[in-house]
Design a binder for this molecule. Structure first.
Ligand code: ATP
Ligand code: MG
Length: 447
């Protein structure tokens, strides 16, 4: 593509997209890169994927390329498999369907690029580029991108009534691009925030997850000021938010009037976002940091994440990180405390929890991290599987009858090893197991 010398020559996905454009043009159609990839290219960022828009109809696209998948054929999207890549090709369309609230199965294919761009959400997402690098930018998206402004295409009120998710998208793009939401667009969001309750939780989740990895302070500011925050997190009611960080000005009486109010909650969310923002952009870590700063209890954490339809693995790892944040100061821990801690919480949750603690302690200077690294390096066992003996050994060598007793003895051996890490060898552990087994046989029936 002309004028894009900085592009890495090895971007095979980009090459594949160019091939698709060339092929469509050769067959007499119009073809453009559109949407997010054009925005990212103008920012000098490497796009995740390249979307192509064309006036060719879906079956014409399918006939033109030897390998295609009808990904979203009803909406005009065909995936073209080419050069080991998969490029989404979508026929120019409008979404008049939204106006009478029907499903977008009613999309109308159109012949002009401009109509297709007009259905898109924001000016920065409504640009197209042909394969020679010529920009089509009827809504001045490039200027908004340069001046860091998120502006709805067309009448903002109407666009949010058509699809309320766009309000969250506006905030998400503002956070990702460190941009401001343009005034009219912003006022429309404030007016229509309530419509968000009608949007599928999965769509809200996808936007929220992208916010977690962008500038959280920007997102939370807009979410709080628009009234969207309690819609994204309805479980975090004002009384669930702990007051520990509330300002003390104005005396105790003023303070207790303030705690629990919407202003108080918004302020606490902003503090939490500023905090989480300082952590690496790992979603579970940042989500845990937000909840921890807000001081919400574990049941509320789980309810919030499940309501957002977050996958179980995500809910589990956020909960694990929160559980791994200790009440005592790790700087005072003995080697044995560290061993028990790492064993109980596992490596990843421990690392993330300590990142949160380190960030929260102004005087830390990486001390906690260094202690953690040392403890991880020296950790003798991470699970019962790391013991130098297993259940079969106990059954074979000590004639312990198979059954729950074997598991109980193994559990004792892990505790023993965490107290005496040098003892994690076959000889020591079998000797210890023998003692435990004798003890059990001698009547206590308890190891
Ligand atoms: P990302 O880099 O996060 O993928 P993106 O701009 O590619 O950002 P997508 O959600 O992948 O965002 O959508 C691709 C394009 O489709 C957008 O750039 C925009 O032009 C259009 N689009 C997506 N969702 C909507 C929507 N709800 N309303 C209008 N246009 C939309
Ligand atoms: Mg995209």
């Amino acid at each position: 593509m002309a004028g894009n010398g900085s592009r890495r020559v090895t971007d095979s996905r980009f090459d594949a997209a160019l091939q698709v454009l060339a092929e469509l043009e050769r067959a007499g159609y119009q073809a453009y890169l559109v949407g997010g990839c054009v925005r990212d290219m103008l920012l000098g960022k490497r796009p995740e994927d390249y979307d192509v828009a064309t006036d060719a109809l879906p079956d014409e696209v399918q006939n033109l390329f030897p390998r295609t998948v009808p990904t979203g054929i009803r909406h005009g999207t065909v995936s073209v498999l080419i050069g080991g890549e998969r490029i989404e090709v979508t026929t120019f369309r409008t979404e008049g369907a939204y106006l009478d609230a029907r499903r977008p199965s009613e999309v109308r294919f159109v012949r002009s690029l401009e109509q297709d761009l007009a259905r898109r959400d924001f000016t920065v997402n409504a640009m197209a580029m042909d394969r020679r690098g010529h920009l089509q930018d009827p809504f001045d998206g490039r200027r908004d991108l340069r001046e860091k402004r998120i502006r709805a295409v067309g009448e903002a009120d109407e666009r949010f009534r058509e699809d309320a998710l766009r309000m969250l998208r506006a905030i998400r793009f503002a956070a990702a691009l460190r941009a401001q939401i343009e005034e009219r667009t912003w006022q429309a969001i404030r007016r229509h925030a309530g419509l968000m309750t009608e949007i599928a939780r999965e769509r809200i989740r996808d936007e929220w997850n992208k916010m977690l990895r962008a500038d959280l302070s920007i997102s939370i500011n807009y979410l709080a000021a628009s009234g969207l925050l309690p819609i994204v997190f309805p479980d975090i009611s004002p009384r669930k938010v702990k007051a520990s960080f509330a300002p003390h000005q104005g005396g105790e009486a003023a303070r207790s009037r303030y705690v629990g109010t919407q202003d108080f909650v918004a302020e606490r969310w902003r503090q939490a976002a500023d905090f989480a923002n300082r952590l690496p952009d790992k979603s579970d870590l940042r989500q845990a940091a937000l909840f921890w700063q807000l001081g919400v209890d574990e049941a509320t954490v789980q309810a919030s994440l499940r309501r957002l339809r977050q996958p179980n693995s995500f809910v589990r790892s956020v909960a694990a990180i929160l559980r791994a944040i200790p009440d005592s100061d790790p700087l005072t821990w003995t080697a044995e405390t560290w061993r028990g801690y790492l064993y109980r919480h596992g490596k990843q949750a421990a690392i993330d929890a300590m990142r949160i603690l380190g960030e929260a302690s102004e005087a830390d200077n990486g001390k906690i991290g260094r202690l953690l690294d040392k403890a991880i390096e020296r950790q003798p066992i991470w699970s019962v599987r790391d013991l130098a003996v297993d259940g079969q050994d106990l059954i074979r060598e000590l004639q312990i009858p198979p059954g729950p007793l074997v598991g109980q003895i193994l559990t004792e051996l892990t505790e023993w090893t965490l107290q005496h890490p040098a003892c994690n060898n076959r000889q020591h552990l079998l000797a210890a197991a023998r003692v435990l087994y004798q003890h059990w046989k001698n009547g206590s029936q308890k190891v």
